[in-house]
Each structure stands twice: as C-alpha cells, then as structure tokens.
Write a protein that binds this ligand. Structure first.
Ligand code: THU
Length: 164
C-alpha cells in the first residue's frame, strides 16, 4: 500500500545589493524597468509597475501595467513588455526580464514578485526558445532579487508539453 506523503517544494533566488556587480546591459535593463514605471496607466489600483525585457540582440523592450475601467481588461507590466517584445521581435529570444514598482507612498519593505499569470507567461517564452529567462526584481532599497529561471519561483508549473 502507498503511504500518504507530504511533499515540500522550494523556491530559489539570490539577492544583490551592489549594482556594480552587474554588467552594463544588466544595469541598462534595471534602469529601463525603473523608468518604465513612469509610463504605467494605473488610475484604478494606483499600483504602478514597470518591466524591461532583454532580447538576444541586446535590444531592450519596456512595458508597464495598463488598466481599464472594466478591471480584468488590464494587463500587467511584465506581460505588456513580453508581448510587445514577442510581437515586434518574433525572431529574437528573450534573455532576461527586470521589473519594479513605484514604492512611493506604499508601505512595502520588500520586492514585489511577478504575479502567477506573468510567471506562466515567462515560462511560455522559456519553453518557446528552450532557454532560461533571468528575472531581476528591484526592491524598495534598490536591492535586486535575481532568479535564474521562472521555474525557481513557479513550482508545479503548467507545461506546454501537457498539450502535445
Ligand atoms: N501588476 C503588474 O503589473 N504586475 C504584477 O506582477 C502584479 C500586478 C499590476 C496589475 C494591476 O494594474 C496592478 O498591478 C494591481 O494589481
């Protein structure tokens, strides 16, 4: 008889506080994500998010959250950036994504990680290009959480393999 089991899954990431350890492209990516926050259209939640995607040709594509009076019609910053990149550069794979929020006036003392839907979207592009996408999440004190692959923060992900 199979005994009942308890399974414990882990998430995994690193935290870097010294931006000098990042190369120029990484720094550009981080800065563009911060700047993209200013383009957020978030009149309903007042929660502004910016994202920047690095392509394999070193282009950086940005996005920000875009809301709508019919709330579910809005889209997260990460997906705006990812879909923008994929639609305009369909031949280029995605190397990395950076994101941050506007912490001003927010009582948040930790980085805000991508939502579940955005994690699934990042996974889609990892699977499309058979390549991990590095995720950089900038926190309230400029600390950067580095995640090597979205699989490290998305246990039990739904894989496109299931549909084959
Ligand atoms: N939002 C993002 O842009 N990214 C996330 O990962 C989580 C949430 C946006 C969606 C909405 O416009 C606002 O933040 C509040 O949920």
């Amino acid at each position: 008889m199979i005994k009942s089991q308890h399974v414990n899954l882990q998430v995994s990431f690193a935290i870097e506080t010294n931006w000098e350890t990042f190369n120029i492209l990484e720094r550009q990516l981080l800065l563009k994500a911060k700047k993209a926050v200013q383009t957020a259209y978030a009149p309903y939640s007042k929660f502004k998010v910016g994202a920047a995607v690095l392509l394999d040709n070193n282009e950086i594509i940005t996005g920000s959250n875009q809301e709508n009076a019919t709330y579910p019609n809005g889209l997260c910053a990460e997906r705006v950036a990812l879909f923008n990149a994929s639609a305009n550069y369909p031949e280029n794979s995605i190397e990395a994504i950076a994101l941050t929020i506007d912490f001003v006036g927010k009582n948040l003392d930790q980085p805000v990680f991508p939502c579940g839907g955005c994690r699934q979207s990042i996974l889609e592009y990892e699977e499309r290009w058979s390549k991990n996408i590095k995720i950089y999440v900038i926190g309230p004190n400029e600390e950067v959480v580095i995640i090597d692959t979205v699989k490290d923060i998305l246990p039990l992900a739904f894989s496109s393999d299931y549909l084959k």
